[in-house]
Design a protein around this ligand. Structure first.
Ligand SMILES: Cc1cc2nc3c(=O)[nH]c(=O)nc-3n(C[C@H](O)[C@H](O)[C@H](O)COP(=O)(O)OP(=O)(O)OC[C@H]3O[C@@H](n4cnc5c(N)ncnc54)[C@H](O)[C@@H]3O)c2cc1C
Length: 456
């Protein structure tokens, strides 16, 4: 055997598996294979001057490399079972929260100390929300910010690289079962291991589908979230963001009974492009450092679509909608709320004259040509509902960027140890379809590491 344990993917799931394995069993030989670059070499070429929009790099530095999709994220660690994944359904609610708190401690001891922990406990905003049929979900949120999140990753890498073999720019092609062990096949050569942890995240979703099909591991896929990213003056949401930083608010639309929710709130942040399998969608982040903050707050409004038989390709549905916006706008489309309501496209002139200055260079256009009516109606209803707790949300100049899509990886069938139907083959993090957040993905890594350490 080349290694006792091979981890595929160096996102939060992979990093925390490696961290905990070496903590529990320092003698184990552990390797991490990562398709992207090491942290210091990760750089998105968009500079806003020469390169203004996504040029679809072979390996996206936003999504891949040490730190995974979370490396340039806002670093919001939500300590909750209410959203961010369903890890609790596999390992129990108490255990899941304990692991998320443990991850938070590690982040604090690796450069995160001093960052703020927000909480919904005891907030009066909950009552205000419910008065307008808006439901504020419970959570504690550690906000590292993009800058401190990077420092934490740097410190974790400095520590881990002395103990673990990292193979960067080394995508794994396939995983084969050989007797009771595994062969991890890369372009140049194959490596063997006794236990294999697969943590390939969202960018590895297509790869994961192929590997599951080759190994005949059962999977299921039924959900995709589609919507827009809203950008408005930071003052509109400041009473919520100052107290809670991130508020997850759910609303059931009267018209269709669909649930619309706020997602990934970035006070004084910036809207960014996201490239998933070559499709340009939108996301957001913000910095802890006041010097890098903007005057705007952004957040997503998402409508969850659950499909039933015979349709199985929920991600394909989301991709088609995002492709439509890419087709019409060459990437992400931006529209003023007032233009959307009046049934007119936004133009460069209207955006320029707007009181809200966009933080992302997107193409002014018409989102009603992209989003299905049911989804768009839900978003408009939610904007009017939010206007009651945050007056100004439904202003004409509020910017809507589309499309924001939350692709859910197909759910891989695993047991309470997050082990697949094969002994010693574990599937964790967002790639498993079980987690959708930094905290849940990291916690799943700690969980498998402890299970492997127990079994060795
Ligand atoms: C812009 C942005 C902002 C976000 N903000 C937040 C936030 O504030 N809070 C939050 O909770 N979540 C946030 N998220 C989501 C969060 O980043 C993910 O939930 C989290 O990173 C999942 O961790 P993971 O380890 O499962 O997967 P990932 O972080 O996606 O890591 C998987 C890694 O596997 C590698 N890989 C894939 N296939 C292969 C292969 N075949 N061989 C080798 N390596 C492979 C990838 O290159 C990648 O580095 C954000 C995501 C984005 C894109």
């Amino acid at each position: 055997m080349n290694y006792d344990v091979i981890i595929i993917g160096a996102g939060p799931g992979g990093i925390f598996s490696a961290y905990e394995l070496k903590k529990q069993r320092p003698e184990l030989r552990v390797a991490v294979f990562e398709a992207g670059h090491e942290l210091s070499r990760r750089k998105c070429p968009i500079d806003g001057k020469k390169i203004k929009s996504c040029i679809s790099c072979k390996c996206c530095s936003i999504m891949s490399g040490f730190g995974g999709a979370g490396a340039f994220s806002d670093g919001k660690y939500n300590i909750t079972n209410d959203f961010g994944g369903t890890l609790h359904a596999y390992i129990g609610k108490e255990q899941a929260l304990e692991l998320m708190e443990y991850v938070d401690e590690i982040n604090m001891s690796h450069g995160g100390a001093g960052t703020k922990l927000y909480s919904t406990a005891g907030t009066k905003l909950k009552k205000e929300c419910i008065t307008h049929d808006l439901h504020l979900l419970d959570a504690s949120v550690r906000h590292l910010g993009t800058d401190i999140n990077y420092v934490v990753l740097e410190n974790l890498y400095t520590e881990l690289k002395e103990k673990v073999d990292f193979f960067f720019d080394t995508p794994v092609d396939t995983v084969k079962r050989v007797g009771n062990a595994y062969e991890v096949v890369c372009a140049a050569r194959a490596y063997t291991c006794k236990k294999c942890i697969v943590s390939v995240g969202r960018s590895g979703s297509k790869w994961m589908e192929r590997v599951c099909s080759e190994l005949r591991i059962p999977t299921s896929s039924t959900r995709v979230d589609i919507g827009v990213r809203v950008e408005l003056p930071a003052e509109v949401f400041s009473h919520l963001t100052d107290e809670l930083y991130e508020s997850k608010i759910v609303y059931r639309t009267p018209k269709y009974g669909d649930k619309v929710r706020t997602f990934c709130m970035n006070p004084k942040g910036a809207v960014v492009n996201e490239n998933t399998n070559g499709i340009i969608t939108v996301n957001g982040h913000s910095y802890e450092d006041p010097a890098r903050q903007t005057g705007n707050t952004n957040f997503a409004l998402l409508v969850a679509k659950h499909f039933s038989e015979p349709f199985r390709d929920s991600n394909g549905y989301g991709e088609s909608i995002a492709r439509l916006s890419n087709m019409l706008g060459g990437g992400v489309i931006v529209q003023r709320f007032g233009d959307l309501i009046r049934g007119q496209r936004s133009t460069a002139k209207r955006i320029e004259e707007s009181f809200v200055t966009p933080t992302l260079n997107a193409t002014p256009g018409d989102l009603s040509l992209v989003l299905p009516k049911r989804i768009l109606d839900g978003i408009i209803e939610m904007i009017y509902a939010l206007d009651k707790i945050a007056p100004g949300t439904a202003n004409d100049d509020t910017l809507l960027y589309g499309v924001e899509v939350k692709f859910y990886n197909m759910e891989v069938q695993v047991n309470g140890d997050l082990e697949s139907c094969y002994d010693g083959l574990y599937v964790i993090g967002d790639g498993s379809g079980i987690t959708h957040s930094l905290s849940h993905a990291s916690a799943s890594g700690v969980h498998v590491a402890r299970k492997i350490a127990e079994k060795y």
